[in-house]
Design a protein around this ligand. Structure first.
Ligand code: ZN
Length: 461
């Protein structure tokens, strides 16, 4: 018998492994509150119910997206115990709450009073078509209970006490799980992620958090890779899902890794995404990409120093000694690094989909500053000079947002913090925790796959 149970257990793991293998994705779990979607629980269910459980049933038990609802069957049997009659009511098109209750056996006075009470906690006018109500009636036909789901994790219960109704909000138990997915980008990140079963809302968030680092229009190549580790919250019955935060994400672009960790820094109420070195993904462009310089000409209308007539100066000038280093205002890619007419020696950087910066009149270029090179914020891209049409040595600096020049001094960009000292130490601890969670998830996948491979010989016994 013991051997038999082991055998069944192995099949259980095999089935679960197959599903995981198919979806190439796994649910990690909190074993103490395991619901139907967790593999181990399903496996045990098979052991208990032994031989006749059809495989199809097993699969529908573990299927991530459509787990079986448990609470409805449970609540029905509970209603039976106190001899009330329970009824599920679904709001139909053009129907209000009142109509729905009257059409389903409630007396007008009861319905009116119950809805009045419900109205304290719920905007009854905004009830949606398809909304499910759970009503219960006494043997004599009085409406004794009415409940409905308010949002993902709240239910409103209206209870009759004597002749009046009272409403309360019930916080519903939920379970947060983590998921891991990775893939190779053949066409677009969006499609690659979708193929791995990532929900749309999570893919959009994935693209958003990388948008400061990556120009998705130009930098993605076939064969680039992504990895993501994110949360999902499940309702107690496993039927409803709320997508959660991305805890970690990685892009490998032309062999270069970009990692982002979600973290709430000490002394902050807001989570942000950080690179391993503590740099926030939200990097502001530097307003002054040069040290020890004097702002010599501001953005706006001015009389041109060489041409003599008034024209728009669509940049800012910084006066500094020839040879003063000029820094990349932000992380990005060199789009041009060559002589450009009146601009002289000229560099243009593309920072992401929206921002570009240009640097003109340089005496020489920084080392390795060639078209296509990636630069980090603060990296030296050139040196102050007086090349092109100028009266004296200075840096002419422009910022483009979505194709038009903007005043760099008025840039409203998120301030990109870099963690240092104690906050950086806390971040490193958090990073280690996340990495451990990811490793556990990955080893879980490997274990399941290994058992899957052995499984045919076991089931042939
Ligand atoms: Zn200028």
């Amino acid at each position: 018998m013991k051997q038999y149970r082991l055998h069944i257990y192995a099949i259980g793991i095999f089935v679960a492994g197959l599903i995981v293998g198919l979806s190439n994705m796994i649910f990690t779990d909190e074993p103490q509150t395991a619901p139907a979607v967790v593999q181990e629980v399903v496996t045990e269910t098979i052991v208990d119910e032994v031989s006749d459980t059809p495989v199809e049933t097993v699969i529908s038990n573990v299927a991530a997206d459509e787990p079986l609802g448990l609470t409805e069957t449970m609540s029905l049997s509970a209603e039976n115990n106190d001899e009330t009659y329970a009824k599920e009511i679904r709001i139909k098109s053009g129907q209000g709450l009142m109509d729905a209750l009257l059409n389903n056996g409630a007396e007008r006075g009861d319905a009116f009073n119950a809805i009045n009470s419900l109205g304290d906690l719920y905007n009854v006018r905004k009830i949606q078509v398809g909304q499910l109500l759970n009503a219960a009636y006494s043997p004599s036909g009085d409406l004794v209970r009415l409940s409905l789901q308010k949002d993902f994790d709240h239910r409103i219960n209206v209870e009759r006490e004597g002749d009046i109704y009272k409403s309360t909000v019930e916080e519903l138990a939920t379970q947060t799980i983590t998921r891991h997915a990775s893939g190779i980008i053949e066409d677009s990140l969006f499609l690659a992620a979708q193929r791995q079963g990532l929900p749309q809302i999570t893919i959009v968030e994935l693209i958003r958090i990388f948008s400061y680092d990556v120009d998705f229009q130009r930098e993605m190549r076939k064969g680039d890779q992504f990895e993501i580790f994110y949360e999902r919250t499940l309702s107690e019955d496993g039927r409803r899902v709320r997508e959660g935060n991305i805890l970690f994400a990685k892009l490998i672009l032309s062999g270069k890794e970009i990692n982002l960790y979600r973290h709430t820094p000490d002394n902050s109420d807001y989570a942000e995404y950080f690179h391993e070195d503590g740099q926030s993904s939200k990097k502001a462009l530097m307003k002054t990409p040069i040290e020890g310089a004097r702002l010599s000409s501001n953005y706006g209308r001015r009389k041109h120093p060489v041409l003599g007539y008034t024209r728009m100066h669509k940049g800012v000038d910084f006066s500094a000694p020839t040879g003063t280093p000029i820094m990349a205002a932000g992380d990005g890619v060199v789009e041009r690094s060559s002589w450009f007419g009146s601009f002289g020696n000229y560099v243009r950087l593309r920072h992401n989909g929206s921002y570009k910066t240009i640097y003109a009149h340089m005496s020489k270029y920084g080392r390795g500053i060639k078209k296509g090179a990636r630069v980090r914020q603060g990296q030296i891209i050139g040196y102050v000079g007086a090349t092109g049409r100028v009266t004296g040595r200075h840096l002419h600096y422009e910022v483009y947002k979505d194709g038009t020049q903007v005043n760099p001094m008025n840039l409203k960009m998120p301030s990109g913090i870099k963690l240092a000292g104690a906050p950086f130490e806390s971040f490193k601890v958090a990073m280690t925790t996340t990495n451990t969670q990811i490793d556990e998830t990955k080893s879980h996948i490997l274990l399941t796959k290994a058992i899957t491979e052995q499984a045919p010989s076991i089931s042939a016994e």
